[in-house]
Design a protein around this ligand. Structure first.
Ligand code: NDP
Length: 493
């Protein structure tokens, strides 16, 4: 295999599991291949693990948690080491961004300006929380007439299995790993088959930062084998998962069998609601970014664009003009703004929904199905005059396909916005501050942006309602999600 060179340095072409501080090959020597979405050539190979590797990784994480030092360090000491990890991620930021970009066929500038700065801030913010995981003292009338002191402590939940997707791999991995480290947990990461590179690099940086062996482990391979084995493993206390609702549901069902803790982040069909009183230029730019950034492969993609009827036709046409002008091609080439989608299954999925949209009678203003040659390219697509019952308005496509739906008034907008099984993010574009607050209150979602699309931040909780998942990542909520609250009552007289 030829060396994989990016502007920031050499990328690995051979990868192995990272268990208990060392690289290891699978016991049966099985290997998987990373395929370049641009031309379908083999980029690199990685160890394709099985149950034996899951057992080894969980055993390392369990042993470090139960008998090692990590969870018994003071929060301040953990915070110092997590900050060192942030320094190292900062040192390698461009290289890590390129790892993710190459694996998923993304324009390298996108992870460089968004994913990596966010990941570094997440690590630093989590480091800051490590010595601020505080309990409460709770006054009570006492116990059987005796005076008592009751207080709570938040203890680390234990060994965590972190199962991650391919769309923004490093950032999402850090949303899980940084806060769980702050809480004092240990982890086995199962990255997506498409994107193991940056998670393995993170584990190596954790070792370089001085985080003890066994705290951060990575097993690579398929979800149906090692993902399943992790979910069922008795040595795992909590599962944190980002990915599809179908797999999320499976994980929740399996985890319930032995009452494992579960956090799920499952994507959405997020509405962008554009009122005619909004700054039209800002709304157009925000809606375009919300659906075309990262080829639309974003859990919070603003894929349903609800536009007030009097401006809907004009707005849809302008969005179509933006879509038609996006330069699609090899993301490593100068001037290219959008690469292919991550994998063949994703290409088929996007094309399927485009056909569905046409068949349902939505008006195709830009893009459309792309003839398949080599590479998994799709065209930025805009449907107008759609209705909320169409598949393109209800199903998460996870591609650059915008569905413009006209609405009449606020009430109509709320009903359409809430009219899916999802509830992750939402955006309201308006210059009326009272309307902004009314809409934010009525929309059922984990996060609402007013005049901004998906304002994610390391300090802000992130997660969904309804079938978009349960639990929150990032900020203090993200750290507390890796703790169990214990109450201690002491008779004091
Ligand atoms: P999946 O849910 O299939 O995969 C996500 C992760 O779960 C991967 O690491 C995968 O491993 C693993 N996994 C798969 N099956 C199991 C299992 N039975 N037990 C445990 N882990 C498992 O998502 P995809 O990557 O295929 O993406 C498909 C859809 O998911 C998208 O179209 C989108 O709707 C949604 N999605 C949402 C994201 C979000 O940010 N909320 C991110 C990515 C996807 P492996 O890679 O080996 O299959």
């Amino acid at each position: 295999m030829t060396k994989l060179q990016s502007e920031a340095g050499l990328l690995p072409t051979e990868m192995f599991h990272f268990i208990n501080g060392i690289e290891v090959e699978s016991s049966d020597g099985a290997r998987g291949e990373l395929i370049n979405p641009v031309d379908e050539t083999v980029l690199a190979s990685y160890s394709f693990g099985g149950v034996a590797e899951v057992d080894a990784a969980v055993s390392a994480a369990r042993s470090e948690f139960d008998n090692g030092v990590w969870s018994s360090l003071s929060g301040y000491q953990r915070g110092c080491l997590i900050n060192k990890l942030a320094d190292l991620v900062e040192r390698d930021a461009d290289l890590i961004a390129d790892m993710d970009a190459v694996c998923i066929g993304r324009v390298p500038m996108e992870p460089r300006i968004l994913d990596l700065p966010n990941a570094i801030q997440t690590i630093r913010t989590s480091a800051g929380w490590a010595d601020k995981i505080e309990g409460r003292t709770i006054p009570t009338p006492g116990y059987l007439g005796r005076a008592t002191l009751s207080y709570t402590v938040n203890e680390p939940v234990g060994v965590v299995a972190a199962i991650t997707p391919w769309n923004t791999p490093f950032m999402i991995t850090c949303w899980k790993v940084a806060p769980l480290l702050a809480a004092g947990c240990t982890v086995v990461i199962k990255p997506s088959e498409e994107t193991p590179m940056s998670a393995l690099h993170l584990a190596k940086l954790a070792k370089e930062a001085g985080i003890p062996d066994g705290v951060v482990n990575v097993v690579t391979g398929s979800g149906s084998v090692i993902g399943n084995a992790l979910v069922r493993h008795p040595g795992v206390d909590k599962i944190t998962f980002t990915g599809s609702p179908a797999v999320g549901q499976h994980i929740q069902t399996e985890a319930a069998k032995d009452f494992k803790r579960v956090s799920l982040e499952l994507g959405g069909k997020s509405p962008q609601v554009v009122f005619s009183d909004a700054d039209q230029g800002e709304a157009l730019a925000g809606c375009a970014m919300g659906i075309f950034f990262n080829q639309g492969q974003i859990c919070a993609a603003g894929s349903r664009i609800l536009v007030q009827r009097d401006i809907a036709d004009e707005f849809a046409q302008k969005l179509a003009d933006v879509a038609s002008n996006i330069v699609v091609g090899n993301p490593q080439e100068e001037g290219v703004q959008m690469g292919p989608v991550c994998k063949k299954a994703q290409l088929d999925r996007v094309n399927y929904y485009i056909r569905e949209g046409v068949a349902a009678g939505a008006s195709l203003l830009a893009g459309g199905e792309c003839p398949y040659e080599k590479g998994w390219f799709v065209r930025p697509t805009v449907f107008a005059a759609a209705t909320n019952d169409m598949a393109i308005a209800q199903q998460e496509i996870f591609g650059p396909v915008a569905t413009v739906i006209p609405f009449d008034d606020e009430q109509d907008a709320v009903e359409i916005a809430n009219g899916t099984v999802y509830g992750l993010g939402a955006t309201v574009w308006t210059s009326d501050v009272k309307r902004a607050h009314r809409m934010a209150k009525k929309i059922k979602a984990g996060a609402v942006g007013v005049n901004c699309w998906a304002p994610i931040d390391a300090r802000l909780p992130w997660g969904g309602v309804k079938q978009s998942g349960s639990g929150r990542e990032c900020g203090l909520s993200g750290v507390m999600a890796y703790t169990e609250e214990k109450v201690i009552t002491v008779v004091t007289d």
